[in-house]
Design a protein around this ligand. Sequence first.
Ligand code: ZN
Length: 265
Amino acid sequence: MKIIHRIVFRPDKTQRRVLQEIGIPVPPNEDLPVFEFDEEHEKLISLKPYIDKWQLVDNVRTEFTKKELDAASFLRWFPLWMNGYPMPDDDFGYIGTTFQKQGYCEVCGSGLVQQSSFRLRKAPNWGSKKIFGLNWVYDEVFVRKDVYETVFKKYGIESMPVLLYKKDVIIEDTVQLIIPTTDAYSNLEEQPYEICKTCGMKRYNPKTKGFFPSFKDSVTGLHLFKGREWFGSGAMSYKQIFVSQELRQEMIKYQIKSDFDPVNQ
Ligand SMILES: [Zn+2]
């Protein structure tokens, strides 16, 4: 496992000088340098006080070894292709059409219950791609229909149609996976959280570092499911999506490109 910090910003003259002094010179013609360091790298340790002082965004991600990925019984799952926005996107109009407005908190974005199909601005331009996610909706996955039939259906995973916005006709080659929520809690005692002042919902900060914590209870019979807890920041809340190792191997076999983080055993 490698924990990587990625920092992107436009350094001014003073900042360039400081970076030079701590051994991270920026070429003069480089306006928007990208810095990536391993967590243990001495340059990151030198840079750390300035990340705080200059209030830079430090994006942390974890790269796992094949051995770590292959050993996990369950993995957190992310589609790589973010294919646009749920429609209508004006003033989050999809909330109230695709989702019930009742129970939804406008401050933290939690409590959405789907009542109808998603609408897309246009039919997906699949190319060689097989799955996608939508911006703003981080806990739903859309799949090419033939891929659903071949890979997902045999695990008892259900699907629902996706519609073309305005025309409200079914997009024939695309389905949304119906992802049930598990009853099992995760061991999130160490994970920072906040309580929404408006709705009282407990929401965990996005988890980007290391293995995802183990489940408190055993998860049986599910190959694709959402975790019980809410995560997020700002006005977006979402649940984590998990897959079994068996389903991950099946996806690899069918060259479905996606990202996985192992769940601790
Ligand atoms: Zn809230």
